[in-house]
Write a new protein. Structure first.
Lengths: 70, 249
Protein backbone atom coordinates (compact mmCIF):
# COMPACT_ATOMS: atom_id res chain seq x y z
CA UNK A 1 0.00 0.00 0.00
CA UNK A 2 1.29 3.43 -0.93
CA UNK A 3 1.98 5.89 1.87
CA UNK A 4 3.91 8.98 2.84
CA UNK A 5 5.74 9.74 6.07
CA UNK A 6 5.57 13.26 7.46
CA UNK A 7 8.12 14.63 9.92
CA UNK A 8 5.86 16.99 11.84
CA UNK A 9 8.74 18.90 13.38
CA UNK A 10 9.97 20.03 9.96
CA UNK A 11 6.57 21.27 8.78
CA UNK A 12 6.27 25.06 8.56
CA UNK A 13 2.57 25.05 7.70
CA UNK A 14 2.86 26.47 4.18
CA UNK A 15 0.16 23.97 3.09
CA UNK A 16 1.50 23.66 -0.47
CA UNK A 17 1.24 19.86 -0.23
CA UNK A 18 -2.50 20.01 0.47
CA UNK A 19 -3.23 21.53 -2.93
CA UNK A 20 -0.77 19.22 -4.68
CA UNK A 21 -2.31 15.88 -3.60
CA UNK A 22 -4.53 14.57 -6.43
CA UNK A 23 -6.58 12.54 -3.93
CA UNK A 24 -6.86 15.24 -1.22
CA UNK A 25 -5.35 12.96 1.41
CA UNK A 26 -3.34 15.63 3.24
CA UNK A 27 -5.19 17.79 5.73
CA UNK A 28 -4.46 20.44 8.34
CA UNK A 29 -4.33 18.64 11.68
CA UNK A 30 -5.27 19.98 15.09
CA UNK A 31 -1.71 19.49 16.39
CA UNK A 32 1.08 22.03 16.65
CA UNK A 33 4.78 21.15 16.50
CA UNK A 34 7.87 22.43 18.36
CA UNK A 35 7.92 25.53 16.16
CA UNK A 36 4.31 26.34 16.99
CA UNK A 37 3.10 25.54 13.47
CA UNK A 38 -0.24 23.90 12.88
CA UNK A 39 1.06 20.93 10.95
CA UNK A 40 -0.45 18.76 8.22
CA UNK A 41 -1.37 15.10 8.56
CA UNK A 42 -1.83 12.22 6.15
CA UNK A 43 -5.35 10.69 6.27
CA UNK A 44 -5.79 7.70 3.99
CA UNK A 45 -8.39 5.38 5.56
CA UNK A 46 -9.33 3.79 2.20
CA UNK A 47 -5.81 3.25 0.86
CA UNK A 48 -6.21 5.74 -2.00
CA UNK A 49 -2.63 7.09 -1.99
CA UNK A 50 -1.01 6.68 -5.42
CA UNK A 51 2.57 7.11 -4.21
CA UNK A 52 3.04 9.80 -6.87
CA UNK A 53 5.40 11.77 -4.60
CA UNK A 54 4.05 15.09 -5.87
CA UNK A 55 3.60 16.26 -2.26
CA UNK A 56 7.20 15.41 -1.41
CA UNK A 57 8.48 17.04 -4.61
CA UNK A 58 6.55 20.20 -3.77
CA UNK A 59 7.36 20.34 -0.03
CA UNK A 60 9.99 23.07 0.41
CA UNK A 61 10.99 21.93 3.89
CA UNK A 62 11.74 18.20 3.52
CA UNK A 63 8.85 17.54 5.89
CA UNK A 64 7.60 14.67 3.74
CA UNK A 65 10.61 12.48 4.32
CA UNK A 66 9.64 9.22 2.63
CA UNK A 67 7.15 8.07 -0.02
CA UNK A 68 6.38 4.42 -0.73
CA UNK A 69 4.52 3.14 -3.79
CA UNK A 70 3.02 -0.28 -4.02
CA UNK B 1 5.90 -4.92 -1.37
CA UNK B 2 6.03 -1.14 -1.45
CA UNK B 3 9.01 0.45 -3.12
CA UNK B 4 10.46 3.68 -1.86
CA UNK B 5 10.04 6.39 -4.50
CA UNK B 6 11.20 9.39 -2.48
CA UNK B 7 13.74 9.90 0.27
CA UNK B 8 15.85 12.74 1.56
CA UNK B 9 19.24 12.67 -0.20
CA UNK B 10 21.97 11.23 1.97
CA UNK B 11 24.24 14.22 1.55
CA UNK B 12 21.99 16.24 3.86
CA UNK B 13 23.41 16.65 7.34
CA UNK B 14 21.68 14.55 9.98
CA UNK B 15 18.55 16.29 11.26
CA UNK B 16 19.18 19.29 9.00
CA UNK B 17 16.28 21.68 9.20
CA UNK B 18 15.87 24.55 6.80
CA UNK B 19 15.91 28.06 8.21
CA UNK B 20 14.08 29.46 5.18
CA UNK B 21 10.68 31.12 5.56
CA UNK B 22 7.57 28.92 5.14
CA UNK B 23 6.88 28.18 1.48
CA UNK B 24 10.22 29.50 0.19
CA UNK B 25 11.38 27.74 -2.98
CA UNK B 26 15.01 27.83 -1.84
CA UNK B 27 14.23 24.59 -0.01
CA UNK B 28 13.25 22.88 -3.25
CA UNK B 29 16.24 24.28 -5.14
CA UNK B 30 18.73 23.04 -2.51
CA UNK B 31 17.08 19.61 -2.57
CA UNK B 32 17.34 19.44 -6.37
CA UNK B 33 21.05 20.24 -6.21
CA UNK B 34 21.49 17.55 -3.53
CA UNK B 35 19.57 14.99 -5.58
CA UNK B 36 21.62 15.73 -8.70
CA UNK B 37 24.92 15.41 -6.81
CA UNK B 38 23.73 12.13 -5.33
CA UNK B 39 22.61 10.78 -8.72
CA UNK B 40 25.94 11.74 -10.26
CA UNK B 41 27.71 10.08 -7.28
CA UNK B 42 30.06 13.03 -6.99
CA UNK B 43 29.10 14.55 -3.61
CA UNK B 44 32.43 13.58 -2.01
CA UNK B 45 34.27 15.18 -4.89
CA UNK B 46 32.32 18.43 -4.85
CA UNK B 47 33.15 21.84 -3.43
CA UNK B 48 30.37 24.38 -2.95
CA UNK B 49 30.98 28.12 -2.92
CA UNK B 50 28.26 29.96 -1.04
CA UNK B 51 27.30 33.56 -1.53
CA UNK B 52 25.60 36.24 0.55
CA UNK B 53 21.84 36.31 0.94
CA UNK B 54 19.32 33.65 1.85
CA UNK B 55 21.34 31.25 -0.32
CA UNK B 56 24.29 31.43 2.10
CA UNK B 57 22.82 28.81 4.43
CA UNK B 58 23.48 26.00 1.92
CA UNK B 59 26.50 24.84 3.94
CA UNK B 60 24.32 24.35 7.02
CA UNK B 61 22.27 21.69 5.27
CA UNK B 62 24.56 19.80 2.92
CA UNK B 63 27.49 17.66 3.92
CA UNK B 64 29.81 19.19 1.32
CA UNK B 65 33.15 20.92 1.48
CA UNK B 66 32.14 24.57 1.21
CA UNK B 67 33.61 28.03 1.13
CA UNK B 68 31.98 31.32 1.91
CA UNK B 69 32.64 34.13 -0.57
CA UNK B 70 32.30 37.88 -0.04
CA UNK B 71 29.15 39.41 -1.50
CA UNK B 72 28.99 38.73 -5.25
CA UNK B 73 32.43 37.09 -5.49
CA UNK B 74 31.36 33.46 -5.41
CA UNK B 75 32.39 32.77 -9.02
CA UNK B 76 35.74 34.53 -8.53
CA UNK B 77 36.45 32.25 -5.57
CA UNK B 78 35.12 29.23 -7.44
CA UNK B 79 37.51 30.03 -10.31
CA UNK B 80 40.45 29.88 -7.89
CA UNK B 81 39.24 26.62 -6.35
CA UNK B 82 38.67 24.97 -9.74
CA UNK B 83 42.06 26.04 -11.10
CA UNK B 84 43.81 24.73 -7.98
CA UNK B 85 41.75 21.50 -7.93
CA UNK B 86 40.67 20.85 -11.53
CA UNK B 87 39.50 17.32 -10.73
CA UNK B 88 36.82 18.59 -8.31
CA UNK B 89 33.26 19.52 -9.19
CA UNK B 90 32.86 23.15 -8.11
CA UNK B 91 29.58 25.02 -8.02
CA UNK B 92 28.14 28.25 -6.70
CA UNK B 93 24.68 28.75 -5.29
CA UNK B 94 23.69 32.39 -5.44
CA UNK B 95 20.72 34.72 -5.37
CA UNK B 96 19.90 37.20 -8.11
CA UNK B 97 21.15 40.20 -6.14
CA UNK B 98 24.46 38.47 -5.49
CA UNK B 99 24.88 37.06 -9.01
CA UNK B 100 23.54 39.88 -11.16
CA UNK B 101 23.98 43.06 -9.15
CA UNK B 102 27.07 43.30 -6.94
CA UNK B 103 28.62 40.22 -8.55
CA UNK B 104 27.75 40.88 -12.19
CA UNK B 105 31.37 41.45 -13.24
CA UNK B 106 32.56 38.24 -11.57
CA UNK B 107 29.67 36.25 -13.00
CA UNK B 108 29.92 37.53 -16.57
CA UNK B 109 33.68 37.16 -16.73
CA UNK B 110 33.57 33.64 -15.33
CA UNK B 111 31.21 32.81 -18.22
CA UNK B 112 33.35 34.73 -20.74
CA UNK B 113 36.48 32.89 -19.63
CA UNK B 114 34.58 29.63 -20.04
CA UNK B 115 35.51 28.46 -16.57
CA UNK B 116 34.59 24.85 -15.90
CA UNK B 117 32.08 25.73 -13.22
CA UNK B 118 28.40 25.37 -12.46
CA UNK B 119 26.43 28.36 -11.20
CA UNK B 120 22.92 28.12 -9.79
CA UNK B 121 21.14 31.46 -9.49
CA UNK B 122 17.85 31.84 -7.61
CA UNK B 123 15.78 34.67 -9.07
CA UNK B 124 13.02 35.88 -6.75
CA UNK B 125 12.93 39.48 -8.09
CA UNK B 126 13.90 41.00 -4.75
CA UNK B 127 16.56 41.13 -2.03
CA UNK B 128 15.01 38.57 0.29
CA UNK B 129 17.33 38.48 3.29
CA UNK B 130 17.58 42.23 3.81
CA UNK B 131 13.86 42.96 3.71
CA UNK B 132 12.59 42.96 0.15
CA UNK B 133 14.36 45.87 -1.55
CA UNK B 134 14.39 46.53 -5.28
CA UNK B 135 16.90 44.26 -6.98
CA UNK B 136 18.33 43.93 -10.49
CA UNK B 137 15.57 41.51 -11.50
CA UNK B 138 12.62 43.39 -9.99
CA UNK B 139 9.89 43.48 -12.63
CA UNK B 140 8.54 46.81 -13.95
CA UNK B 141 5.66 47.89 -11.73
CA UNK B 142 6.62 45.58 -8.84
CA UNK B 143 6.22 47.14 -5.40
CA UNK B 144 9.18 46.64 -3.06
CA UNK B 145 10.23 48.37 0.15
CA UNK B 146 12.48 50.74 -1.82
CA UNK B 147 10.06 51.24 -4.72
CA UNK B 148 6.77 51.73 -2.87
CA UNK B 149 4.97 52.97 -5.99
CA UNK B 150 6.35 50.14 -8.14
CA UNK B 151 9.49 49.92 -10.28
CA UNK B 152 9.16 52.63 -12.87
CA UNK B 153 11.04 52.59 -16.15
CA UNK B 154 12.17 56.24 -16.18
CA UNK B 155 13.80 56.06 -12.78
CA UNK B 156 15.05 52.47 -12.44
CA UNK B 157 15.26 51.11 -15.98
CA UNK B 158 14.68 47.51 -17.02
CA UNK B 159 15.29 44.27 -15.08
CA UNK B 160 18.20 42.07 -16.21
CA UNK B 161 17.48 38.77 -17.98
CA UNK B 162 20.35 36.75 -16.63
CA UNK B 163 20.02 33.47 -18.54
CA UNK B 164 19.96 35.28 -21.91
CA UNK B 165 23.01 37.38 -21.02
CA UNK B 166 25.00 34.37 -19.86
CA UNK B 167 23.98 32.49 -23.03
CA UNK B 168 25.57 35.25 -25.13
CA UNK B 169 28.99 34.62 -23.55
CA UNK B 170 31.18 32.46 -25.78
CA UNK B 171 32.55 30.43 -22.86
CA UNK B 172 29.11 29.27 -21.78
CA UNK B 173 28.31 25.61 -22.46
CA UNK B 174 24.82 25.54 -20.98
CA UNK B 175 22.44 28.29 -19.92
CA UNK B 176 18.81 27.75 -18.99
CA UNK B 177 16.01 29.32 -17.04
CA UNK B 178 13.62 27.08 -15.12
CA UNK B 179 10.75 27.59 -12.72
CA UNK B 180 9.59 25.84 -9.54
CA UNK B 181 5.93 26.82 -9.73
CA UNK B 182 4.53 23.35 -10.48
CA UNK B 183 5.69 19.77 -9.94
CA UNK B 184 6.37 19.15 -13.68
CA UNK B 185 8.46 22.33 -13.75
CA UNK B 186 10.36 21.19 -10.66
CA UNK B 187 11.23 17.96 -12.54
CA UNK B 188 12.37 20.00 -15.56
CA UNK B 189 14.44 22.17 -13.24
CA UNK B 190 16.22 19.09 -11.94
CA UNK B 191 17.10 18.01 -15.48
CA UNK B 192 18.52 21.46 -16.23
CA UNK B 193 20.59 21.45 -13.02
CA UNK B 194 21.90 18.00 -13.91
CA UNK B 195 22.90 19.22 -17.38
CA UNK B 196 24.71 22.19 -15.86
CA UNK B 197 26.75 19.79 -13.71
CA UNK B 198 27.34 17.37 -16.58
CA UNK B 199 28.89 20.03 -18.85
CA UNK B 200 31.32 20.79 -16.05
CA UNK B 201 32.13 17.11 -15.48
CA UNK B 202 32.85 16.76 -19.21
CA UNK B 203 35.00 19.90 -19.20
CA UNK B 204 32.91 21.72 -21.80
CA UNK B 205 32.69 25.10 -20.09
CA UNK B 206 30.42 27.20 -17.94
CA UNK B 207 27.07 25.71 -16.87
CA UNK B 208 24.37 28.04 -15.64
CA UNK B 209 20.79 27.64 -14.41
CA UNK B 210 18.55 30.52 -13.37
CA UNK B 211 15.70 29.31 -11.16
CA UNK B 212 12.53 31.39 -10.86
CA UNK B 213 11.62 31.20 -7.21
CA UNK B 214 9.22 32.70 -4.71
CA UNK B 215 9.70 34.99 -1.74
CA UNK B 216 6.29 34.84 -0.02
CA UNK B 217 7.49 36.86 2.98
CA UNK B 218 8.68 39.89 1.04
CA UNK B 219 6.04 39.64 -1.66
CA UNK B 220 3.53 39.64 1.23
CA UNK B 221 1.43 36.80 -0.11
CA UNK B 222 0.71 33.17 0.73
CA UNK B 223 3.08 30.51 -0.69
CA UNK B 224 0.29 29.34 -3.01
CA UNK B 225 -0.42 32.87 -4.32
CA UNK B 226 3.32 33.38 -4.73
CA UNK B 227 3.43 30.49 -7.21
CA UNK B 228 0.54 32.07 -9.10
CA UNK B 229 2.57 35.26 -9.29
CA UNK B 230 5.56 33.37 -10.71
CA UNK B 231 3.29 32.00 -13.45
CA UNK B 232 1.35 35.15 -14.21
CA UNK B 233 3.87 37.95 -13.71
CA UNK B 234 7.39 36.53 -13.77
CA UNK B 235 7.23 33.89 -16.51
CA UNK B 236 5.98 36.31 -19.23
CA UNK B 237 9.05 38.52 -18.53
CA UNK B 238 11.58 35.83 -17.64
CA UNK B 239 10.65 33.13 -20.13
CA UNK B 240 11.76 29.62 -19.09
CA UNK B 241 13.79 27.67 -21.60
CA UNK B 242 17.24 26.49 -22.63
CA UNK B 243 19.10 29.47 -24.09
CA UNK B 244 22.35 27.74 -24.89
CA UNK B 245 23.39 24.11 -24.96
CA UNK B 246 26.52 23.28 -26.92
CA UNK B 247 25.88 19.56 -26.52
CA UNK B 248 22.74 19.80 -28.69
CA UNK B 249 23.13 19.81 -32.44
Amino acid sequence: MSKIIIDKNRCKACYLCIKECPKNLIKVSDQTNNLGNRVVEFCDPNGECLGCAMCATRCPDLAITEVYRG
Amino acid sequence: MATQVFKIPEIYRKNAKYTFCPGCDHGVAVRLVAEVLEEMKCAENTIAVCSIGCSVTLYDFLNLDSLEAPHGRALAEATGVKRAKPDKIVFTYQGDGDFASIGLAESMHAALRGENLTAICINNTTYGMTGGQLGPTTILGQVTTTSPTGRNLEYYGYPIKIAEHIALCDGTAFSARVSLDTVPNIRKAKQAIKKAFEVQAKGLGFGFVEILSTCPTNWRMSPDKAHDRVREEMMPVFKPGVYKDITEG
